[in-house]
Design a protein around this ligand. Sequence first.
Ligand code: PGA
Length: 249
Amino acid sequence: MRKKIIAGNWKMNNDIFQTTDLLNGLKEKISSSEHLVIVCPPFTSLVVAQQLLKNSPIKLGAQDVSLFDSGAYTGEISVGMLKAAGCSYVIVGHSERRQYHGETNEIINKKAKKVLDAGLIPIICIGETLDEREKGITDQILTTQTKGVLADFSNAEVEKSIIAYEPVWAIGTGKTATKEQAEESHQLIRKVISQMYSWATAEKVIIQYGGSVKSENAKELLSQPNIDGALVGGACLKADSFAAIITAV
Ligand code: PGA
């Protein structure tokens, strides 16, 4: 049985003061959970978050990481810095990074490897755009992305990694994939992983769904056999709505 993992991607929201308020609210509501709960605040809030989450089951993640370990890379944050700040997870290849920062499957693959090499767990995002879905090439896109982001991963590395299937047209739009659409894509991703490795390995990989997840649709989506969790954006910014998703599934 795969564990359900619910992660909140705060994106560029919440300064250190707002972080304190939100996490105090969340800690009150989630003192224990059968699911694994992760929050991914902006870099500037990580240290504050680490301290606030000390006696909490909620784990800490970052939203991105540098390809490099140290040196003249202005504005970048290394995986070592994230580890020292208390992160156990790192989101890589979010569609907003692909769209606004030109991140390719190759870059995302390298970042995910960096994260794994440091002993952290990458949450690797893939997903088709509306145009690609309308052209009927969703399966082709997801196959290419899955193979690209996992290129040269060992069995153990792929089993440790989390994949987040996030159809780009569902992110921040209020349009959620139907449970059938999401399950179909998750099945395909798992099949591609099984062809690259084995069914035994593919069965172990956590595949989250992301894109306008809220408490009203979380249970239906996460009760699909191949949907093992959620990557939540908008609805994770309020303690009430994030906690409601966690208790709904
Ligand atoms: P959303 O964002 O829940 O606001 O659609 C999800 C994400 O971008 O990870």
